[in-house]
Design a protein around this ligand. Structure first.
Ligand code: PLP
Length: 426
């Protein structure tokens, strides 16, 4: 708004008047009794519908090599599907495994294997160390942090920048503390900041000296192909960079089709050095004779090739880009120039990152709840759910229909204004 003045410049009287107007809007929204929800990054049903031709696939029962996909075997996943995603993720087909329906499960498997057995470059199993610590760029993906907490792995935070984690901080921590064994990175359209790791940051992560000889980068490329604009980010080739810097087993990459085809019935991928992939498969093979190859073949037939995936992703963008634009429109209209919130305009991924006045995020979430709007709990994007500044809120606009999204964002704006006015003394 051009004539908008920062709330901190308002007189006590003006601030009270503003708070009063917003409280009335809040009460009116609460009285409507509408239930709104922008908590989780789920695809909408219109997005899931895009993959519905898969419901009648596969048309064949054998893969390219002639193997019967209905039977046991093929732990690495279908070669033809691995080829498609190797191209999309910039790795070689022999470096990538196509597995079950969840990359998060693969991340957990790798962590558990590291704790129980250690990596091929580990002096001992991680569980035999006094302490294991992970570097967690914040804000980040809540489930990454919950997973570490569950396994007893300590977390040390570093700030996210527009180009990925603060890499000076990362290098300092990883270089000085041998208990620091790894880092989470969501390289493309990070959850929730939308940042894309630059080539420079990726090179530093790949080449930095670490106190632990078996330091791992968990490169979770969940949004590798999830562009919202023509300006398509290309993620750095971390495995080649690390290997070129003399750390061939440092990076483990994850991805999945959860937000490409179906979140509950996609295919997940793991890629790393050929040796580290063999290590993963050796342990995986004790608990599985092979993945769901019927689902994998269905995906191959549906996409055809990597361009098929790219074309499919443009259909997603057509559905969800207008939703991201709507979030920005409402927030700009209601909060622009008031000095009470900043947010990003992501060019891909699933989230909008909203920072409100320090100390007000939990109040905003509580106010929203009173008005019937579920927001992700304040602090969710930080280890142990604790945002030291109580400033960050993650918005997930993909799931609700447009009309509900507009109402939800209007409500967010109302709650941000009330919480800010309270903070400033209204
Ligand atoms: N990684 C990130 C960064 C995510 O945001 C999500 C889902 O929100 C996942 C992984 C989950 O992946 P999957 O469905 O393959 O388990």
């Amino acid at each position: 708004t051009p004539d908008a003045r920062p709330l901190s410049d308002l007189s006590a009287q003006e601030l009270h008047a503003l708070a009063q107007t917003q409280r009335e809007a809040h009460a009116a929204q609460a009285a409507k009794g509408t239930k709104l929800d922008v908590t989780r990054g789920k695809p909408s049903s219109a997005q899931l519908d895009l993959a519905d031709p898969m419901l009648s696939l596969p048309s064949a029962t054998t893969d390219r090599a002639g193997t019967d996909v209905r039977n046991y075997g093929g732990l690495t996943g279908l070669t033809e599907l691995r080829e498609i995603f190797a191209e999309l993720l910039w790795v070689e087909p022999e470096q990538i495994v196509a597995g079950g329906n969840s990359s998060l499960t693969m991340m957990r498997d790798v962590l558990v294997d590291l704790l129980l057995f250690g990596a091929i470059d580990s002096p001992r199993p991680w569980a035999k160390e006094d302490k294991v610590t992970f570097i967690c760029p914040v804000p980040g993906y809540d489930r990454h942090f919950a997973l570490l907490e569950d396994l007893g792995i300590e977390m040390v935070t570093v700030p996210m920048t527009d180009e990925g984690p603060d890499v000076d901080e990362v290098a300092r921590i990883a270089g000085s503390d041998p208990s620091v064994k790894g880092i989470w990175i969501v390289p493309t359209y990070a959850n929730p900041t939308g940042a894309v790791v630059s080539h420079e940051v990726a090179s530093r992560l790949a080449g930095m000296e670490t106190a632990a000889p078996d330091f791992k980068i968990f490169w979770d490329n969940a949004y590798a192909v999830h562009h919202l604009t023509e300006d398509e980010a290309k993620s750095a080739d971390i495995i080649t960079l690390a290997s070129g810097a003399g750390h061939p087993h440092r990076a483990v990459m994850f991805a999945s089709t959860s937000k490409i085809t179906w979140a509950g019935a996609g295919v997940a991928f793991l890629a790393s050095s050929v040796e580290q992939v063999a290590w993963y498969l050796e342990h995986l093979g004790k608990g599985s004779i092979g993945p769901d190859k019927i689902n994998q073949l269905r995906h191959v037939e549906f996409f055809g090739d990597a361009d098929g995936v790219r074309a499919h992703m443009r259909k997603h963008a057509e559905i969800i880009a207008p939703k991201f634009a709507e979030v920005d429109r409402v927030l700009t209209e209601r909060l622009g120039g008031l000095g009470v919130a900043t947010w990003n305009r992501p060019t891909g991924g699933y989230f909008v990152n909203l920072d409100v006045l320090p100390g007000t995020a939990s109040r905003v979430v509580a106010l929203a709840k009173e008005a019937g709007l579920s927001l992700t709990p304040a602090g969710a994007s930080f280890p142990h759910g604790q945002d030291p500044d109580d400033t960050n809120i993650r918005l997930a606009p993909t799931m609700p229909p447009m009309s509900e999204l507009t109402e939800a964002m209007e409500t967010v704006a109302t709650c941000v204004l009330i919480a800010a006015a309270e903070q400033l003394g209204a």
